[in-house]
Design a protein around this ligand. Structure first.
Ligand code: BTN
Length: 297
């Protein structure tokens, strides 16, 4: 019956198939969708760390919110929450993260790290390094990192990281690390306001990537970096940051503690802090958290 066909079409659309057509006038399958399925993801992983619990949503407001919820219900370390699209994707500083369906990766990791709360922010940098390494492996491109959480390809932002933690004064409960990576997005997938500033793997290589493959590479790479970090501290990963540092030696406009300051970025130290020298000053300051508003030169 017509109703049964309609139901089937809706089901396929939910699974990510592009289907053209209207009720009663016939349907046309637009091509193989780039599906992200647990079975394939797990089979592509070399390490077992993130082969425990994979939760996938065709649509959700924010994978970070879903992961925080799971954390509250006792969700296990290593849980991965992923969505095909987000209606309320969150970025840093209360910004929004554009999350159109079918083209990009939006996912969050639930971690329960044996760390002091004070050291948890370093996980953002660890994630950025793992993301850079996996993007480079998949695409052959060279990634650069903008402290503390942005990945750049060819001078444009291709990914962002949003870490949210919950801690008692002396004990970390959990950390949720959200990653948004533009994989196959084309300029028309971005709103005009960010079109000139954003890019994707496809935008730079001209070819499409299977999202599940990129995700698997990232999870393996993250598992490696996480181990190195837990045993050797951020110090052990510093060279990996250093060779991709987009800011080192550059003039920057930095916002921190409600204040804006111009100066020069001098790299990142062994605890993940930004080294910053104010214009006209000879002293190097260490910045724990802040935001680079402009860089170049
Ligand atoms: C930024 O650059 O400001 C950080 C962007 C982080 C976006 C990701 S997409 C998956 C996860 N869920 C969210 O709501 N945000 C993060």
């Amino acid at each position: 019956s017509r109703a049964a066909v309609w139901k089937q079409v809706q089901g396929l659309r939910r699974r990510g198939f592009g289907i053209e057509g209207a009720r009663g006038a016939g349907y046309r399958l637009l091509g193989r969708p780039d599906v992200i399925e647990e079975q394939e993801l797990f089979s592509r992983l070399s390490r077992t760390d993130f082969r425990k619990s994979f939760v996938f949503f065709p649509v959700t407001d924010s994978t970070n919110s879903r992961a925080v919820e799971l954390a509250g219900k006792g969700g296990a370390h290593g849980t991965v929450v992923c969505a095909d699209s987000q209606t309320g994707g969150r970025g840093r500083m209360g910004r929004r993260w554009e999350s159109p369906p079918g083209v990009n990766l939006y996912f969050s990791l639930l971690l329960r790290p044996p760390l002091e709360p004070l050291h948890a922010p370093r996980l953002t940098l660890v994630t950025a390094i793992a993301l850079a390494a996996s993007v480079e492996e998949c695409s052959g491109l060279t990634a650069s990192l903008k402290w503390p959480n942005d990945l750049y390809l060819g001078g444009r932002k291709a990914a962002g990281i949003l870490a949210e933690m919950s801690a008692d004064p002396d004990r970390l409960r959990h950390v949720v690390i959200g990653v948004g990576l533009n994989v196959n997005a084309e300029p028309h997938d971005f709103p005009e306001a960010i079109r000139g500033k954003a890019t994707s793997l496809k935008g730079l290589t001209g070819r499409a990537f299977r999202r599940v493959e990129v995700l698997a590479r990232f999870l393996d790479s993250f598992a490696d970096c996480y181990d190195i970090f837990l045993s050797g501290g951020f110090k052990a990963l510093l060279p990996e940051w250093g060779r991709r540092d987009a800011l080192a030696g550059k003039k920057v406009l930095l916002r921190y503690r409600e204040e804006e300051a111009r100066g020069k970025a001098l790299g990142v130290d062994e605890s993940g802090m930004l080294l910053f020298r104010r214009e006209g000053s000879a002293r190097t300051e260490k910045v724990v958290s802040g935001e680079i508003l402009e860089f170049g030169g």
